[in-house]
Design a protein around this ligand. Structure first.
Ligand code: AMP
Length: 396
């Protein structure tokens, strides 16, 4: 069975064509700047890379170009598009309507549309991707996999915000959480490494990428997560502020004479590790600057390590103990110094890591020492594979 996984962003389209017999990626790529006049596609077949500069107006035109690459006379990977058995769509926000992946029907599309106010930038793109596939690949079954779904197991006392209850009822304002496919994938893998899923298994997963979130998972169920109504909440990120005093918004508006939109841009695009360091959103650049003695770069890294460690400790309350901590995504998989900075702050809980093992990058490994009270793993995430597996299981 061959499955096409699509991740439609507001002006981008990432995709992978996966052969489910061996879970191998046959081709993958990224269409960027869709609708901006200078769009281009980077299409990869194994190590081979093809750059296709091609102005496309919208997602439908972009998907059409992608499908042409799959059957290209020189570097095509399939003979006929009929070989694609199903399409799995990454969808960002399922609100309270979706607690798991679903086969896409007209009713599902309507419900995803109803969630647009909760994710005004992301859900419309997902819907464009679905509607384009409906026209270009009629009859091919499609599945929607939501970033929020895995966290729908959170108890109400964990997801409710302490603001007037009527806003939860009227607008659905509550914690939803994101990166659900990643937290689910790495926590399931950690459970395997720990000898199998048990109802009492307590895992904290740290998805540390440009966007970043933590989740507290017990017996395979998410009990809490650091992102909230939107992906702005939680730990600081490359450019996002994470949790801050909400009164800062009013203070900045009044003192800097900013509109609400301008403050929103500052908190989403100019804050986090970039905001403190003034260097870059990329942790590799910040680390280099910190090594050179740039104090604000060191401050950004130390602030990050402190807040991530504090979240992990907070989840010891949620889970009533922790069996394992998992690091994943760009920073979690690659940045050994950040992992060490975080784990050292948890030494009082009995967390101990092996400095040699911690040098590993981008590979699955247990980095805790045999006498560590909490086991610590690095597990590379694979959200596309989760989407492909869910799609296969639902359309089979
Ligand atoms: P992601 O969003 O999961 O793709 O993560 C991307 C981010 O991971 C980059 O912006 C970097 O901040 C970070 N990253 C990737 N490789 C490294 C590395 N070797 N050391 C530190 N940070 C890294």
């Amino acid at each position: 069975m061959k499955i096409l996984v699509l991740n439609s962003g507001s002006s981008s389209l990432k995709y992978q064509l996966i052969d489910m017999t061996n879970e191998e990626v046959i081709a993958k790529g990224n269409f960027e700047r869709i609708g901006q006049g200078n769009s281009f596609l980077t299409h990869k077949v194994g190590e081979e890379k093809h750059l296709i500069e091609c102005p496309v107006e919208n997602h439908e035109a972009a998907i059409k170009v992608v499908l042409e690459q799959f059957t290209h006379p020189e570097y095509g990977v399939i003979k006929d598009l009929k070989e694609i058995d199903a399409v799995g769509h990454r969808l960002v926000h399922g609100g309270e309507k979706f607690a798991s992946s679903v086969v896409i029907t007209d009713d599902v599309i309507e419900k995803v549309k109803e969630c647009i106010p909760l994710a005004p930038l992301h859900n419309p793109a997902g819907i464009l991707g679905i509607e384009a596939c409906k026209r270009l690949m009629p009859g091919v079954p499609m599945v929607g996999v939501f970033d929020t779904a895995f966290h729908q197991t959170m108890p109400k006392e964990n997801y409710i915000y302490p603001i007037p209850y009527e806003y939860y009822e009227k607008y659905g304002i509550r914690r939803y959480g994101f990166h659900g496919t990643s937290h689910r994938f790495v926590s399931e893998r950690a459970a395997e490494l720990l000898g199998g899923q048990r109802d009492d298994l307590k895992i904290v997963t740290c998805h540390l990428g440009q966007g970043a979130s933590l989740a507290a998972i017990k017996g395979g169920k998410s009990l809490d997560t650091s992102m909230g109504l939107t992906p702005l909440a939680g730990i600081p990120m490359g450019t996002r502020c994470g949790d801050i005093d909400p009164a800062i918004v009013k203070y900045l508006m009044e003192n800097e004479k900013l509109s609400i939109g301008e403050v929103d841009t500052i908190l989403n695009k100019k804050s986090g590790a970039f905001g403190i360091s003034g260097v870059s959103p990329d942790f590799r650049d910040i680390e280099i600057e910190a090594e050179k003695g740039n104090e604000r770069a060191s401050l950004a890294l130390n602030n990050y390590n402190y807040l991530v460690a504090q979240y992990i400790a907070k989840y010891a309350v949620t889970l009533q103990g922790i069996d394992a901590i998992v690091f994943t995504a760009g920073i979690g998989e690659n940045a050994g110094t950040t992992r060490k900075g975080i784990c050292d702050k948890l030494a009082f809980m009995g967390v101990k890591i092996d400095d040699e093992k911690n040098k590993t990058r981008g590979q699955e490994i247990e980095i805790s020492t045999p006498d560590s009270k909490i086991r610590v793993f690095v597990i590379p995430t694979n959200e596309e594979l989760v989407i492909a597996r869910d799609t296969m299981n639902l359309v089979k």
